[in-house]
Write a protein that binds this ligand. Structure first.
Ligand SMILES: [Zn+2]
Length: 350
């Protein structure tokens, strides 16, 4: 749905090009929750999220992703709008973000990776973080075969409780120039390898890592994907929409056409069966231009999606490709910092 524009007035924009071509910013979120450790910087605290919504509404009108795509297809993209999206399908999207969105009358689309909802497992990057960065004691050496290739890593700070690793762990994140300790380096190396692994191989690897670390096969309350029942609850909302984000969250560019088709079509079919309605929006896992290809876009279009979101900064205008929509990745910022980031992106785009 598109909210009425009678209650708010968009801030005037000076740029003639933005007025002519339209100007919609799509925000990319993952999680709304308080986390003590968030190395991928996926979480925005509920207080910050609320502040961000207020800041966004002070300058722009909210819009649904569906309306955004319809306006782009019609060549009639409005100016000074914002669209909220979430990738992956964490339970906190429904439990923490949805009440705040409803209170603010802001629509959002939540892209769900279906395997994790089906199996009720932690997302693979969360399991990797738990095993490598949260286990108190690790063996000194990891020697493991991945896709026929032998890898060996030394974990010099394996006894982490009394080491620098534990001290830096709550503060470290992947944007830092270099991992401070061997644990963080191992996590980064394995993450890079795992984002291109086929699901069955990745699943085996996670099981081997868990065994190596003597770590239990559990799911943390803080890291749950939405359940089937929660998806059905979400499907009843007039304000929130569901989109597909593949089955297993593998970089689609690392798959052949048949495998890409399976990832895209099966996630759509599962979500349509659970939600009881058509799923018309898609989001590419990881989403940079290296993570999908021309073939991927063709499959998404042929499967009947109306639009698809990528993960590179930009502004939606009448010149945008509805199957490669730019998005601004949002971190745990206050509202003013988010507005500053948006102004940086819009300045470059127009
Ligand atoms: Zn994702």
């Amino acid at each position: 749905m598109t909210l009425s524009s009678t209650t708010q007035t968009p801030a005037p924009k000076n740029d003639q090009a933005a007025r002519d071509n339209g100007d919609i910013v799509i925000l990319l979120y993952h999680r709304v929750c308080d986390l003590t450790f968030d190395p991928q910087l996926l979480a925005v605290s509920p207080a910050r999220f609320s502040d961000q919504l207020d800041a966004l509404k002070s300058q722009r009108l909210p819009m649904s992703l569906t309306s955004c795509c319809e306006s782009l297809i019609a060549g009639n993209v409005p100016s000074s709008r914002f669209v909220i999206t979430f990738d992956d399908g964490y339970a906190d999207n429904l439990e923490c973000a949805a009440p705040l969105l409803e209170a603010a009358c802001v629509p959002a689309t939540i892209f769900v990776t279906t395997e994790f909802t089906k199996q009720q497992r932690e997302y693979w990057w969360d399991e990797l973080e738990r095993i490598i960065l949260q286990t108190s004691d690790l063996p000194d050496t990891l020697s493991i075969e991945i896709s026929g290739e032998q890898h060996t890593w030394e974990v010099r700070d394996s006894q982490s409780i009394s080491t620098d690793s534990q001290k830096v762990a709550p503060y470290w994140n992947v944007l830092e120039d270099s991992p401070p300790c061997t644990r963080q380096a191992l996590y980064c190396n394995l993450f890079t390898i795992m984002r291109k692994l086929k699901p069955s191989i990745r699943h085996d690897l996670v099981n081997q890592l868990r065994e190596w670390a003597s770590e239990a096969d559990v799911i943390r309350k803080t890291h749950r994907p939405m359940t089937r029942e929660q998806l059905q609850q979400l499907a009843k909302s007039d304000l929130l929409d569901i989109g597909a984000h593949t089955v297993s969250h593998q970089a689609l560019s690392s798959l052949d056409r048949v495998e890409q088709h399976r990832e895209i079509a099966q996630s759509k079919a599962f979500l349509e069966e659970v939600a009881g309605r058509q799923i018309s929006q898609f989001s590419y896992p990881f989403g940079t231009r290296h993570d999908y290809g021309t073939e991927t876009v063709e499959i998404v279009r042929d499967e009947g999606f109306h639009g698809a979101c990528a993960n590179f900064p930009g502004v939606v205008s009448n010149r945008s490709d509805v199957f490669q929509l730019p998005r601004i990745l949002v971190r745990d910022w206050d509202g003013d910092t988010l507005l500053h980031r948006i102004s940086e992106v819009t300045r470059v785009a127009t």
